[in-house]
Design a protein around this ligand. Structure first.
Ligand code: ZN
Length: 460
């Protein structure tokens, strides 16, 4: 979406920067300016200034400066357009509607948002009612604090099969839009709530708007976790649970874990950086979304086989997107919730400090597949590492750095690993017909001492 300079200027003029910054920073007047502790760097004396005359902020400590839009972008990690839209709403400026989007479509999206919001409120009320005892008991069993329950807007879907439907009808919503919300099953025999007898986790977008739900069944029903289906609003692969909260943490990283309960537990224990994929495997789009805010991701998956598999998949996506991954070892515990309950916050912080570089973790995992006392097993193990090095790093310098690190850590000879990497590279080139199997050329290449894979990286 593009907004013209006129409308941007109008938003700027109708926003008082002292007022805006004052919402986030405690400001005191000194002369013609206001001063406070800089929200962008840690400090004990106030060097962050806001000028009402010029409508700008400037930090004498870290040099951050700009207007009201820039402040919101920096503070809330928003794009220019997002910050502008938020300020426009705050200042009661109506922005021109995107023309391309069809009006009916826009209207429908708005109505689905409204249904989701009403449903979330309905579930919250149910959790606090007589009917919600089962849900609250589960929260107590999992040791969720009242604050966490409120913060995440947890609710309860009762055992009746159509109470939300009846409630929405009473609010005047039409069947056609209710059908689009994904919260109901329309059958010949009648309309039923998709969620019943479940603890409800609202899923919010970056602007804290409810776009879908996850529900944990109370008791032993199947499936254990149920998510809203995809709707006009809800695209599972493009959202992360709790990103609306974690993006506001003052850290420069995320903690990616598996489920809703892991996330809530981590937040409760003082790790507001935690997010989770939404009942699907981690996706490239989710990585893109994270990259808008931070480039370091701690992976905090379950210690079992499924968790490791999911972790490996996430690592390859992070690498593809140029995000740094570090793997947190939770052993001997199954998941972060269990770990925190048994060992506490400091122990978890220590595990974060010790978190392993994602690639070195993968190598360590690979090792378990082979019998290293057997020379044939050792050979296969080394070949598989060479293959990982070859396929994961296109940049020769990066590849060499990793090769050296692996050799050091696994106590292997770097030359031997290098040899296997070279051999693999050559084989691939032959397979793809990129190189002719001529002895003469190879000899020449060996003489000048530059590894072949490195030469092959450059077109010259
Ligand atoms: Zn500063």
């Amino acid at each position: 979406m593009y907004y013209g300079e006129d409308i941007v200027e109008e938003v700027r003029q109708k926003t008082d920067i002292v007022d805006l910054v004052g919402q986030y920073v405690n400001l005191k007047k000194k002369g013609s300016s206001y001063f406070g502790l800089c929200p962008f760097h840690g400090e004990k004396t106030a060097s962050f200034s806001v000028s009402p005359g010029k409508q700008i902020f400037y930090c004498f400590g870290c040099g951050k400066a700009g207007d009201s839009i820039r402040f919101l972008m920096e503070y809330e990690n928003l794009s220019f357009v997002e910050a502008l839209e938020e300020l426009a709403e705050r200042a009661n400026v109506t922005l021109p509607k995107e023309e391309k989007r069809d009006k009916g479509e826009e209207d429908l999206r708005y109505k689905i948002l409204e249904i989701n919001k009403q449903a979330a409120l309905f579930y919250v009320k149910q959790l606090r009612s007589e009917k919600g005892k089962l849900g609250l008991a589960y929260c107590a069993k999992r040791k969720l604090s009242g604050e966490s329950i409120t913060h995440f807007g947890l609710g309860y879907a009762g055992k009746e099969r159509d109470s939300l439907y009846q409630y929405c009808k009473s609010l005047g919503f039409k069947d056609q839009v209710l059908q689009e919300s994904g919260l109901f099953s329309f059958k010949e025999a009648g309309v039923y709530d998709k969620f019943f007898n479940r603890l409800m986790f609202p899923i919010m977008d970056l602007h804290n708007r409810v776009i879908g739900f996850g529900g944990r069944v109370m008791g032993d029903g199947e499936p254990k976790y149920l998510n809203s289906p995809e709707t006009k609003l809800f695209d599972k692969s493009r959202n992360l649970f709790a990103l609306n909260f974690s993006r506001k943490s003052r850290s420069d990283f995320f903690i990616l874990c598996e489920g809703y309960m892991d996330v809530i537990s981590l937040h409760q224990w003082g790790f507001p950086e935690a997010v989770a994929a939404l009942g699907t495997a981690f996706t490239e789009q989710q990585a893109d979304l994270m990259k808008r805010f931070h480039s370091l991701v701690y992976l905090c998956f379950d210690s079992d086989g499924a968790g490791k598999k999911a972790c490996k998949r996430a690592i390859s996506i992070l690498r593809e997107k140029n995000l740094e991954g570090k793997v947190i070892n939770l052993l001997p515990y199954k998941d972060p919730d269990e770990f925190l309950k048994a060992e506490g916050k400091e122990a978890f912080e220590k595990r974060m400090e010790e978190a392993k570089n994602a690639f070195l973790w993968e190598v360590e995992e690979k090792k378990k597949e082979f019998d290293l006392h057997d020379p044939a097993g050792m050979q296969k193990y080394m070949e598989s590492i060479a293959e990982l090095l070859r396929t994961n790093f296109q940049d020769p310098v990066e590849r060499e750095n990793y090769l050296k690190a692996v050799a050091r850590e696994q106590m292997l000879k770097a030359e031997n690993l290098q040899h296997l990497v070279d051999r693999g590279e050559e084989k691939t080139q032959l397979e793809f017909g990129l190189k002719k199997a001529s002895g003469g050329k190879e000899k020449r290449e060996k003489k000048n001492g530059i590894p072949r894979w490195r030469r092959s990286f450059f077109p010259f």
